[in-house]
Design a protein around this ligand. Structure first.
Ligand SMILES: *Cc1c(COP(=O)(O)O)cnc(C)c1O
Length: 354
């Protein structure tokens, strides 16, 4: 079979994940701009300095910033830098570091144990976290060292400022560090309409892995340390892990393109709006039920398996949670109203024909 017969070279717009989308114009232009001429390599260049400074402006603080290729590396290297091998990291069961990173956190930290606690709608349950922290204090138990949460969560929900402060206070109470997986942090900022500092360092976040890929960059995430002491030798950690880009400007400059005129948050707000519209449209169809509060750019619905199958037959891509009849539709910077209308229209028609 020729490749062209297996996969269409160009998919129609899709809702499988925000990483199906292309590169947004601001990020692409930034890459083109820095491609002209020469620049120092390995991050020792003015484009990278500028991106770091724009991130400092964004957070309104003097943070330490590192650019890596992907979120798995960002999370696991950040967490490894907070932990010794005999420590533990406490996170909700739904955490990407637990479910989707192939044990990278344990690998890069040389065995730090990830301890799971229950959560509601993707958020950590504070009482359960406190129980996991305090149930043992003896030397035989891996010492709890980090709380790790995701903002916005894997289930498309968002921690409010108050909730972030409560998580930060819990970490503080037990002298633990707070890590945030921010693959979709921009969606959270846009949804809450707060200053980024309010749900990061001011809430006690020590390290944020700030997602670029799912928000319109070609590739790359920023690891942001709000406590400079924790960033000590992080550059060596990145290099050893194969995460130090030699042409660093292509990872860093797109951040400048996205931050300089506010495109990052504009696109995140757009993706959030699209998800809200999609949730409203799908929610009106008999047999489809929206299952989590739609607060960011994801819509989770329960629908009959035959409808899932029929939508797939029509060429729609989306994720399903095996066996449970749940489907996830994800909006991105490039989702448009016509895509939403087309999906809702197909779903309505197919549901009626079941
Ligand atoms: C996509 C994602 C990541 C990053 O995944 P990579 O594929 O390693 O870039 C991290 N956390 C969450 C919650 C994600 O959705």
């Amino acid at each position: 079979m020729k490749i062209a017969e297996r996969v269409p070279l160009k998919l129609k717009n899709q809702f499988a994940s925000d990483n199906y989308a292309g590169i947004c114009p601001e990020a692409l232009k930034a890459m083109e701009d820095v491609s002209a001429g020469f620049a120092n390599s390995y991050g020792d260049d003015l484009h990278t300095d500028r991106a770091c400074n724009l991130l400092r402006d964004f957070f309104e603080t003097d943070c330490q910033v590192f650019f890596v290729f992907n979120g798995t590396a960002a999370n696991s290297l950040a967490l490894a830098s907070l932990c010794q091998s005999y420590h533990s990291i406490i996170c909700p069961e739904s955490a990407h570091i637990e479910t989707d990173e192939c044990g990278a956190v344990e690998f890069f930290s040389n065995g730090t144990k990830v301890l799971l606690v229950p959560g509601l709608d993707g958020k950590i349950e504070l009482a359960a976290a406190e129980h996991a922290i305090t149930r043992r204090t003896d030397i035989h138990y891996p010492k709890p060292k980090v709380l790790s949460i995701t903002q916005s969560t894997e289930l498309g929900t968002i921690y409010s400022v108050e909730e972030m402060n409560a998580v930060g206070a819990l970490a503080d109470k037990f002298d633990m560090k707070l890590h945030v997986d921010g693959a979709r942090f921009a969606n959270a900022v846009a949804s809450l309409q707060v200053a980024p500092r309010e749900i990061s360092w001011q809430a006690g976040v020590d390290v944020l892995t700030f997602g670029g890929t799912k928000n319109g960059l070609a590739v790359g995430e920023a690891v942001v340390f709000f406590d400079a002491r924790l960033a000590r030798e992080f550059d060596y950690r990145c290099k050893q892990a194969g995460q130090l880009a030699s042409k660093m400007r292509f990872l860093s400059a797109p951040w400048s393109g996205m931050l300089a005129d506010g495109a990052l948050l504009r696109y995140a707000a757009h993706a959030n709006d699209c998800a809200r519209g999609l949730a409203a449209g799908l929610g009106e169809i008999a047999g489809i039920e929206v299952v989590y509060p739609c607060q960011a750019n994801a819509v989770f619905v329960r629908m009959p398996d035959p409808l899932i199958e029929a939508l797939r037959q029509r060429g729609w891509h989306f994720y399903t949670f095996i066996g449970s009849g749940l489907a996830r539709f994800m909006c991105s910077w490039s989702t448009c109203q016509a895509d939403i209308d087309a999906l809702v229209s197909d779903a309505r028609q197919l549901a009626a024909a079941l």
